[in-house]
Design a protein around this ligand. Structure first.
Ligand SMILES: N[C@@H](CCC(=O)N[C@@H](CS)C(=O)NCC(=O)O)C(=O)O
Length: 206
């Protein structure tokens, strides 16, 4: 059975859990990272030298990097569906997956960490403001993209929706002001109707 190491409040672990749920892949999850430790043990580092979560063991392989794991599972279990065959559609899914990790999350991290994981007295107001402004600006790009389609890679759900779907749940759940982004809101509402998103992603922020 597929085995996932990672605490279930990690955005990157959630991507893998959500993919498994959508694809009906049985899995066993082991708490690791954050307060659970484990990630600095020599055994864990031998699997994942980064000491980060998630790490996945499947098909005799050890995988890390959440988007690579989602791509592997989609290609193996959902060829032509979550893993689009049409290269133009797949590259659209791919680029927003990468954008999520390389553009959006670095911009959003300070806002999330300060408001969710930092005691009030220790919060950094300047970092919060900067991160809020930058995140809002970047989400404007996604809103403009979604104005022409129901999902990130076109008019159906694909792997491309998974990383930003996990991130946007956090953006929508924080006690902050949000610009009116109608297409983003419509897409988010569509995700909220998916049973697997409700099960894995839609939970209080911790
Ligand atoms: N690019 C990596 C990033 C992994 C990452 O940063 N994971 C965070 C949790 S979201 C982590 O392991 N933090 C340390 C910890 O939980 O101990 C991926 O997408 O898998």
């Amino acid at each position: 059975m597929l085995k996932i190491w990672g605490r279930d409040n990690s955005v990157n672990v959630e991507k893998v859990l959500w993919a498994c749920e959508e694809l009906d892949i049985p899995y066993q999850r082991v708490d690791a990272g954050g307060q659970f430790g484990i990630v600095d043990s020599p055994q864990y580092r031998a699997m994942n030298p980064n000491g980060l979560v998630p790490t996945v063991e499947v098909d005799g392989l050890v995988l890390w990097e959440s988007n690579a794991i989602v791509r592997y599972l989609a290609a193996k279990h959902s060829d032509g569906d979550l893993w689009p065959h049409d290269l133009a559609v797949r590259v659209e899914a791919d680029r927003w997956m990468d954008w999520s990790g390389t553009m959006f999350w670095p911009a959003f991290r300070d806002l999330f960490w300060n408001l969710v994981r930092t005691p009030q007295a220790q919060r950094d107001p300047a970092a919060i403001e900067r991160s809020h402004a930058r995140s809002a600006k970047l989400l404007g790009y996604l809103d403009a993209h979604l104005a022409g389609r129901t999902h990130i890679a076109g008019d159906r759900f694909t792997m491309g929706d998974i990383p930003m779907g996990c991130a946007v749940w956090r953006w929508m759940s924080l006690p902050i002001e949000r610009p009116e982004y109608p297409a983003l809101k419509r897409w988010f509402k569509t995700l909220c109707e998916r049973p697997c998103y409700r099960k894995v992603v839609m939970k209080p922020l911790t």
